[in-house]
Design a protein around this ligand. Structure first.
Ligand SMILES: [Zn+2]
Length: 368
């Protein structure tokens, strides 16, 4: 960013790398992308080593290629190329290379408390289409306490597994909220843990992790209430249990610490949302092809920004089908197209936001 001539480049307390260009006056546009990536898993299952960045058939292969080094590179260079072209910006643009998206969104949560952009573009993989939302995600834990005991005498113990077995059977048939755009909410039991490591002891406590994907409009509190009711009716005599949102104590590489609830909000913008319409026409003009508007299957940092009052649109290179798999790769041509796309979006959206400021100023003056 420094080499490309950004006006200001700095790192914040949580370790996000932030670069800005343009003056303090006028509208403020944020480009958001994360620097972290998931675990590669079994390295032998990768056709090319996950950290090799092997170039084959017009693609760069490797972990994080599509999620989301390519988008971040395209964002960084788009702003740099606007500077090199000497185009005056009608406002300010910030590229935020954030930390810890894959573990909690701590980087973006922190950032959203310190800046107030008028609009944000999240660069998660969309195959250079526009995205207007996604379902949310909540990680919950159902804990059941019984009474531990010797496995030779089950009648003296209260085994928590039976309560959770009934809970799981009911969970599968739980009616889920639906949405015309996003389909249905889903819930998937994932981890199952007990307070025991010996196979000849009945545990006193068992914990079941649930990954709940909520459609927009379904609140976390509502989910927690429903699951608690379901757990209460599933408990066997002499047991107790509760369902809670998981929260994690996180430490960034800078040493910054914060406890974060595992809540990743959904977001949804209407198709006729003015910035979305402006973005679509800017991209179609710059890329010379029709640009679809869709929704992501997964959750992104966009939810944290929307929750903080910043409208979000999605645009980034990469195929979501290869993200978090050993097939992860990015087409070089698509990345170059994304650079052009980001340049077009920055110019058009800042212009539109500036017009809006003018309109608001006129309206305010007329009201006076
Ligand atoms: Zn990502």
């Amino acid at each position: 960013m420094k080499r490309l001539g950004y006006d200001e480049v700095f790192t914040d307390e949580v370790g996000n790398v932030l670069g800005t260009m343009g003056g303090d006056n006028g509208p403020f546009l944020l480009l958001n992308g994360h620097m972290d990536h998931v675990d590669p898993g079994e390295q032998a299952s990768w056709p090319y080593p996950p950290y090799s960045a092997e170039v084959k058939d017009g693609h760069i292969w490797g972990l994080g290629a599509a999620d989301m080094k390519a988008a971040l590179a395209a964002q960084v260079y788009a702003v740099g190329l606007l500077r090199r072209a000497g185009l005056p910006l009608p406002g300010r643009v910030m590229v935020a290379a954030v930390v810890m998206e894959e573990v909690s969104g701590l980087g973006t949560r922190f950032l959203a408390r310190h800046i107030a952009p008028n609009l944000a573009i999240v660069g998660e993989a969309s195959r250079n289409r526009l995205m207007r939302g996604h379902r949310g995600r909540v990680e919950l834990v159902a804990t059941v306490k019984g009474r531990p005991g010797h496995a030779s005498a089950p009648e003296r113990a209260v085994n928590p597994h039976y309560s959770l077995a009934q809970f799981l059977a009911r969970l599968r048939d739980l009616p889920m909220a639906t949405d015309p755009t996003f389909g249905a909410s889903t819930v998937a039991p994932t981890l199952y843990l007990t307070d025991q490591t010996s196979s000849n002891v009945i545990p006193g406590e068992a914990r079941l992790h649930l990954d709940w994907r909520n459609v927009p409009g379904e609140a976390t509190e509502e989910v927690v209430t429903r699951l608690n009711a379901l757990l209460q009716e599933s408990l066997i005599p002499d047991s107790g249990g509760t369902v809670e949102v998981l929260s994690k104590e996180l430490t960034a590489y800078t040493g910054y610490q914060e406890r974060c609830p595992s809540i990743f909000p959904s977001f949804s913008l209407p198709e006729e949302y003015p910035w979305l319409v402006a973005a679509k026409s800017a991209l179609e003009e710059a890329l010379g092809c029709p640009v679809d508007v869709g929704t992501w299957c997964f959750a992104t940092d966009g939810g944290h920004l929307m929750a903080a009052g910043v409208p979000v649109i999605g645009f980034g290179p990469g195929d979501e089908a290869v993200v978090h798999t050993p097939q992860e790769r990015i087409a070089i041509e698509e990345t170059v197209e994304a650079v052009v796309g980001y340049m077009a979006l920055i110019i058009r959206l800042l212009e539109c936001l500036e017009d809006l400021e003018d309109i608001q100023a006129i309206q305010e003056a007329e009201a006076r």
